[in-house]
Design a protein around this ligand. Structure first.
Ligand SMILES: C[S@@+](CC[C@H](N)C(=O)[O-])C[C@H]1O[C@@H](n2cnc3c(N)ncnc32)[C@H](O)[C@@H]1O
Ligand code: SF4
Ligand code: SF4
Length: 314
């Protein structure tokens, strides 16, 4: 119904712009003015208007919000839908918070991991983060909920570690999803894969990942998505973006944005205008982040691949 009615399939609520980290590849980092942020109860109005199938609770760093559990509860409103993903660096995660969020309705915990060792701390400018994840992730995985997915953004810095990140996911007993660096966030091309050598490493590493798939779907990306990721880097872009139509962002203060890297802002009541003004004329091809990779596909392919990707991990 959302597809036909041109309502978004996925809505990403960026519940804060503030962050605990200062990652090299990102335009967030550190404290921000939080005084105008939406309150938990405000999210109901957005859910009623947008009626998404999948929600991402993201940021900035969503766990910086003391009321994040209440936000999730408002989004879920006591029902099983929408499928709700918390996208976080987990610096502020604890066992108690994980359980409270799961009880409130988080279906999938997406945990960013850029390196399978302390280089993660350096990349994210957060000393001790890797050690914290190494302690917490396998411990919570052992609770058996099967709802944790490591989220690794491929950059020129970690392209050699693609296979080692898969080893890390296996060792910790969790799932893994790859994403792709975009220079659009910061304007910095240093982390993009530019050279034939970097592309050869990408292809060799992804070939080995493909060979490790099994029926448990612990590699959450579909094979077609990883193939498209190769093309995105090789062609230095990926046309056909449906930002604003198939997915959109709700900013911390409640404006609609087509995506997290396009800053044209619209009122909740102006979604049709966003589609006619932005989406219909959008030629931007500068990212291939997960939200795009799920939603650029045809409707039958979306159903066949992505519903399975979202709903059936291990
Ligand atoms: C913007 S963060 C927000 C949530 C949380 N702070 C975190 O890091 O998971 C969401 C995801 O975007 C990724 N990201 C940040 N900068 C990026 C970029 N330039 N290109 C692609 N992905 C990026 C991060 O690695 C992270 O997995
Ligand atoms: S990637 Fe996430 S953790 Fe890193 S600065 Fe951006 S918002 Fe913060
Ligand atoms: S390709 Fe689409 S989602 Fe990516 S930055 Fe451009 S408009 Fe946003």
């Amino acid at each position: 119904m959302n597809w036909l009615a041109e309502r978004p399939i996925v809505v990403s609520f960026e519940v804060t712009d503030a962050c605990t980290c200062w990652c090299k590849h990102c335009d967030h980092g550190g404290p921000r003015d939080e005084s105008r942020n939406l309150k938990p109860a405000d999210y109901r109005r957005y859910m009623e208007a947008l009626r998404p199938c999948v929600v991402q609770v993201s940021g900035g760093e969503p766990l910086m919000r003391e009321d994040v559990v209440e936000i999730v509860r408002t989004i879920k409103n006591g029902s099983g839908v929408p499928y709700t993903i918390l996208v976080s660096n987990w610096s502020n995660m604890t066992e108690a918070k994980y359980l409270a969020l799961a009880e409130a309705g988080i279906d999938q915990f997406s945990v960013s991991l850029d390196f399978p060792d302390e280089r993660h701390d350096d990349f994210r400018a957060y000393p001790g983060l890797y050690r914290h994840l190494k302690d917490l992730v396998p411990r919570l995985a052992k609770l058996g909920r099967d709802d944790i997915v490591l989220n690794s953004c491929i950059t020129s810095e970690n392209v050699h570690e693609i296979g080692a990140l898969a080893d890390q996911a296996r060792e910790w007993g969790v799932n893994l999803c790859y994403s792709a660096y975009s220079a659009r966030r910061t304007g910095c091309r240093d982390y993009f894969l530019e050279t034939p050598e970097q592309l050869a490493v990408l292809n060799a590493q992804l070939d080995r990942v493909e060979a490790r798939r099994d029926e448990s779907n612990w590699i959450v990306n579909a094979p077609t998505t990883l193939d498209a990721t190769r093309r995105y880097f090789a062609n230095k872009g990926m046309p056909g973006c449906q930002a604003g139509r198939r997915f959109l962002v709700v900013t911390a203060t409640g404006e609609l944005q087509p995506c997290s890297m396009q800053f044209q802002r619209y009122d909740l009541t102006d979604r049709s205008r966003m589609i006619s003004e932005f989406t219909s004329n959008n030629r931007c091809d500068e990212c291939y982040v997960s939200i795009r990779s799920y939603l650029d596909k045809s409707f039958p392919q979306l159903l066949q691949e992505n519903v399975r990707e979202f709903l059936s991990m291990k």
